[in-house]
Design a protein around this ligand. Structure first.
Ligand code: SAM
Ligand code: SF4
Length: 340
């Protein structure tokens, strides 16, 4: 174990080392790696956690990802597109609460791009806040338009880098094209976020180790890691989620490997385990993303069963309580990625 930790610390690890670390069977044995992850997190971010307010602006989607509750094939979903005025209201609320990042996330709803472009331009001129978009795959030219409109960051998870698993999950997508999208986004100057789901049906520790090596090469600004959770109206509805421990191991290894990357404590972690986000912030996460989607729409953005923060009134206060319980505090500022 000591040798493994030393190789991880010095960056001389192999893929087999990553597999061995992922296979560590209990939290007690993994604790030295959790401690190392948190130590590195504090070296770069202190005990501060950045809050990013997320609005799920549209649940219309042209894709049919097999895990996702708002996939186009789910006819039970009541589809919506939030009006610009409702987004501006949330921006005002964020400003009043001192939250400096607005995340606009939606299904792959390219028809709403003109509206979204306009919203981004308006927010850019009126507010200081950073704008993150998470809208799926688009051609290079469209990503460029969004950048020029004022988007600062882009979140597009690779989900898995294993070609066989990727194909099994994504009937409409091509892994190589998604990788190309991520390179385009970098080229355009976005702070790029990507990530995976952990505990996917058919996913092995070797596959996750491959994902980690891909992250090391890509050097993203942010990595969103969340457990796969089943949604009853999808083809994977009968699958069982894996325990949170696997997600926490992946999070800690990322912190150890990529040091200064922004790592959120995700809603899916909090859904799988009521203390999931707290534990993530104790073991290396430095970002928290409360849900600012206006109440009536939240019920229609159910990516998985039993999603939290749907009925609750989420705000910086709720986030602040969970952050405090992890022994941390709310950091001020936009929390832009800094390369060292
Ligand atoms: N449509 C955009 C995209 O796919 O990039 C953004 C929205 S999509 C709902 C955001 C993320 O939700 C996906 O990257 C995926 O990892 C996550 N997600 C979807 N279904 C999930 C599930 N059943 N369990 C856990 N995470 C899920
Ligand atoms: Fe659509 Fe994104 Fe869900 Fe895939 S993950 S079905 S692209 S919202």
């Amino acid at each position: 174990m000591e040798e493994l930790i030393n190789r991880l610390k010095s960056g001389t690890y192999t893929k087999d080392d990553l597999v061995s670390a992922l296979n560590i069977p209990d939290e007690e044995k993994f604790m030295p790696l959790f401690n190392l992850s948190e130590q590195i997190c504090e070296e770069y971010f202190g005990k501060g956690v950045f809050i990013r307010g997320i609005i799920e602006y549209s649940n219309k989607c042209r894709k049919n990802c097999n895990y996702c509750g708002i996939r186009r094939g789910n006819e039970k979903v009541l589809r919506y597109l939030i009006k610009p005025e409702e987004i501006y209201k949330v921006a005002e609320k964020l400003k009043a609460q001192g939250v400096m990042t607005l995340v606009l996330q939606g299904g792959e709803d390219a028809e709403s791009d003109p509206m979204l472009l306009d919203v981004i331009k308006q927010i850019r001129t009126k507010y200081e806040m950073a704008i993150t978009i998470s809208i799926g795959e688009r051609p290079f030219e469209v990503y460029k338009q969004f950048k020029e409109a004022g988007a600062d960051r882009f979140l597009l998870r690779i989900e898995t880098t294993n070609p066989v698993l990727f194909k099994a999950l994504h009937p409409d997508d091509d892994l190589e094209y998604r990788k190309k999208c991520l390179l385009w986004l970098k080229e355009l100057g976005y702070q790029v976020g990507t990530g995976i789901m952990t505990g996917l049906p058919g996913q092995t520790m070797e596959m996750i180790a491959g994902d980690l090596l891909y992250f090391k090469e890509l050097q993203p600004a942010m990595l969103g890691i969340g457990p796969f959770l089943p949604h009853e109206d999808t083809p994977l509805g009968n699958e069982k989620p894996k325990e949170l421990f696997l997600t926490l191991k992946v999070l800690a290894l990322i912190r150890i490997m990529l040091k200064n990357v922004n790592l959120p404590a995700t809603t899916a972690m909090g859904t799988l385990d009521k203390d999931g986000r707290k534990k993530a912030m104790m073991y290396g996460a430095n970002v928290f993303m409360p849900n600012y989607t206006p109440a009536p729409y939240r019920e229609s953005y159910l990516l998985y069963d039993n999603k939290i923060c749907v009925k609750e009134d989420c705000s910086n206060l709720c986030a602040g309580g969970i952050i405090k319980s992890a022994g941390k505090f709310v950091a001020q500022g936009r929390g832009d990625y800094k390369s060292f």
